[in-house]
Design a protein around this ligand. Structure first.
Ligand SMILES: *[C@@H]1O[C@H](CO)[C@@H](O)[C@H](O)[C@H]1NC(C)=O
Ligand SMILES: *[C@@H]1O[C@H](CO)[C@@H](O)[C@H](O)[C@H]1NC(C)=O
Ligand SMILES: *[C@@H]1O[C@H](CO)[C@@H](O)[C@H](O)[C@H]1NC(C)=O
Ligand SMILES: *[C@@H]1O[C@H](CO)[C@@H](O)[C@H](O)[C@H]1NC(C)=O
Ligand SMILES: *[C@@H]1O[C@H](CO)[C@@H](O)[C@H](O)[C@H]1NC(C)=O
Ligand SMILES: *[C@@H]1O[C@H](CO)[C@@H](O)[C@H](O)[C@H]1NC(C)=O
Ligand SMILES: *[C@@H]1O[C@H](CO)[C@@H](O)[C@H](O)[C@H]1NC(C)=O
Ligand SMILES: *[C@@H]1O[C@H](CO)[C@@H](O)[C@H](O)[C@H]1NC(C)=O
Ligand SMILES: *[C@@H]1O[C@H](CO)[C@@H](O)[C@H](O)[C@H]1NC(C)=O
Length: 563
């Protein structure tokens, strides 16, 4: 071999080796893989029940750590009740397009999200995601085709209905009693009879999913908590441990409020465990974690939970801010400018196109959505593209709300002014930023992050995220009338501007009317006794044949064929 040939040979080997290096680094560098996505949904959690909104009463150090290390979405709007809100999240559409805008789904009610809608996990599967739902479904299960494992989830451990008992996982509704805890893998459906506090059960399942996850595949994990939903029509909230609650939260005098606080504190602990599990599995560095409330707290009426939407007006079921301006934040190491409060308009329908974009999809592929891709607004702190939100139209009750520059609201709910538990009181321990920094969530984040969060920054962000109202007690009366508010300057909706700006009222009414042309009447149906648990060994189960079509869906299919 002469020198030239040796040179060529060495060159050749170098090329092969470097190609192999590039190949292996592409294959094994997880940052080349779409991000893992974990969505944590709290049920009926009030605006004022996370401590990053300024209340000292219920410390939520883990949720706060996500918020301060990520982006606080302080104008994140949701639907005022859970079935519509979850439908909006999963479809990226206003629920008026799917007939899901009305009263929440009841047990044995034969309806669900119409099958011609593609749900978020179905889209993510196209990008190779493993998809898991742990916790609440509540968007239809009358036939198996409407259940989570035929709508994009590989696995489901959880309940079909609106809520269950925290320990024994039963639902008593319409004088019907049944177990509602299922494990479904593909088509293998087993009923679980466990006696375990639901928040812990959800967390245990999440930890198992994360630790046994194949790192070569991106993960989509939706944790839809029972917390902080009331567990009983008689307003009895089940805490995990009463003694522990009295020790840690004994400074809260109102016993029901103390129980609620305990439920929220347990939820916060769960968030810490999940973030820590992601870190231990070496997945956190390529993850997006979203924390949202599905709607405001139910502070009065049936299934009252003793949450607080203070200082916002209204509650669950109402189109005032307390029902629809939900606590929310997002954390991801992929965010370029984290640790900020965003007051840009964001709607729960935006998550579908936003996540589609974040995983590398082209949101222009998505048709007929109301959601807007906000990924660059989150990741790069660009201006958001959303200028308005239709809060909902309830054509049966003649209620509607829409926000643009002003907010127009026509709401008939009985409780229009309720606020409670300001969250601050000299008896409560002062907010302690050290506790936030010492939380499991903050420690896990610090492990993978180069930017350092300090106490001053925490206090500054918290102050920025706190809503303060003027004229607090002096609410305009909106009972059975349409009111107009400037929620940017008057976040508590105290001052009705409708007589001052009648042209704006008219303009917004026209806007709402335009949406009426795409509205599908709500599909709420009478409960079907064939679906009662007594027919299924005391369990809430799908009860109709797979090919069953409800009248509303037949109508829908006909429309599609003819249009
Ligand atoms: C489930 O728990 C609730 C609340 O503690 C209780 O009222 C109900 O009797 C329990 N049901 C069963 C079957 O254990
Ligand atoms: C169905 O799931 C149960 C519980 O997870 C498991 O024990 C059983 O082996 C599964 N059956 C099949 C056929 O996969
Ligand atoms: C917790 O405190 C409440 C009210 O102070 C009391 O009624 C209850 O018995 C206490 N529970 C326990 C287990 O200590
Ligand atoms: C939808 O509901 C409205 C009133 O709520 C009713 O007038 C109309 O006939 C319904 N449309 C259909 C297609 O059922
Ligand atoms: C804050 O909490 C830490 C423990 O995390 C404690 O050492 C410190 O004394 C607390 N600070 C105040 C002002 O309570
Ligand atoms: C992150 O945690 C691991 C152990 O889980 C530890 O070995 C490593 O030193 C930590 N890194 C940082 C930057 O804290
Ligand atoms: C608000 O207006 C309604 C309907 O006009 C009336 O019945 C009610 O008493 C008013 N409420 C208050 C607090 O003024
Ligand atoms: C508001 O209107 C509803 C019917 O749309 C009626 O039942 C209720 O009594 C009215 N409330 C008041 C305070 O006028
Ligand atoms: C029926 O339900 C009971 C609990 O109520 C359970 O122990 C039993 O295993 C179930 N039977 C079957 C056949 O699934």
């Amino acid at each position: 071999m002469n020198l030239k040939r040796i040179g060529l040979f060495v060159g050749f080997v170098v090329i092969i080796l470097s190609a192999a290096c590039i190949y292996f680094s592409l294959k094994y560098d997880v940052s080349m893989q779409p991000p893992n996505i974990v969505v944590i949904i709290a049920d009926d959690l009030g605006w004022n029940d996370v401590s990053f909104h300024g209340a000292d009463e219920i410390p939520t150090p883990n949720i706060d750590a996500l918020a301060y290390n990520g982006v606080i979405l302080n104008r994140h709007y949701v639907l005022p009740i859970c079935t519509p809100s979850r439908t909006a999240f999963l479809t990226g559409k206003y629920p008026i397009r799917t007939g899901m805008q009305g009263y929440p789904l009841r047990g044995a009610e034969p309806r669900g999200i119409p099958l011609n809608n593609i749900l978020l996990p179905e889209y993510l599967r196209r990008f190779g995601y493993a998809t898991h739902l742990v916790g609440k479904w509540h968007v239809g299960y009358h036939t198996k085709n409407y259940g989570p494992t035929r709508r994009g989830f590989d696995n489901f451990v959880g309940y079909y209905n609106g809520y269950i008992q925290y320990f024994n996982h039963t639902l008593y509704e319409n004088e019907q009693f049944g177990y509602d805890l299922h494990r479904i893998v593909g088509d293998n459906h087993t009923i679980e009879y466990r006696y375990e506090y639901m928040t812990d059960l959800i967390t245990d399942e999440a930890e198992n999913i994360i630790s046994s996850h194949n790192p070569a595949q991106p993960l989509y994990l939706q944790l839809a908590h029972l917390a902080a939903h009331s567990s009983d029509a008689e307003e009895i909230m089940e805490v995990r441990n009463w003694e522990e609650t009295n020790v840690t939260l004994g400074y809260i005098e109102d016993i029901n409020r103390r129980k609620y606080a305990s439920v929220v504190a347990t939820l916060d602990e769960s968030v810490g465990r999940v973030i820590d599990a992601l870190k231990r599995a070496d997945m956190l560095k390529n993850s997006i974690i979203i924390f949202i409330a599905d709607n405001g707290a139910q502070t009065e009426g049936i299934l009252k939970n003793y949450g607080s939407n203070y200082p916002l007006r209204g509650l669950k079921f109402s189109l005032f801010e307390g029902g629809i301006r939900g606590a929310a934040c997002i954390y991801s190491p992929l965010i370029d400018h984290p640790s900020r409060v965003s007051t840009q308009l964001f709607h729960i329908t935006d998550w579908l196109p936003t996540l589609y974009s974040a995983v590398g999809g082209n949101p222009n592929d998505l048709k007929q959505l109301d959601g807007i891709d906000q990924w660059s607004a989150i990741k790069s702190a660009r201006d958001g593209k959303r200028k308005s939100v239709l809060m909902n139209i309830d054509e049966k009750n003649n209620e509607a709300a829409l926000i643009g520059y002003y907010k127009l609201v026509r709401d008939k709910s009985e409780y229009q002014k309720y606020y409670d538990y300001s969250g601050n009181n000299a008896l409560y321990p002062k907010y302690n930023a050290t506790n936030v920094l010492a939380s499991p969530a903050a420690s896990a984040i610090a492990n993978i992050s180069t930017s350092v969060l300090n106490k001053n920054k925490i206090m500054q962000l918290r102050k920025e995220a706190t809503v303060i109202c003027k004229n607090f007690m002096d609410f305009s009366n909106c009972t059975n009338r349409t009111c107009l508010f400037n929620v940017y300057e008057d976040p508590c909706e105290t001052t009705d501007l409708s007589s001052k700006y009648p042209k704006d009222v008219e303009r917004l009414n026209v806007f709402i009317d335009r949406y009426k042309s795409v509205l599908m009447n709500q599909t709420n149906a009478p409960v079907d006794p064939a679906g009662f648990p007594r027919n299924f060994n005391d369990t809430w189960m799908p009860w109709l044949p797979d090919d069953y079509q409800s009248i509303s869906e037949m109508h829908f299919t006909m429309n599609e064929v003819t249009s």
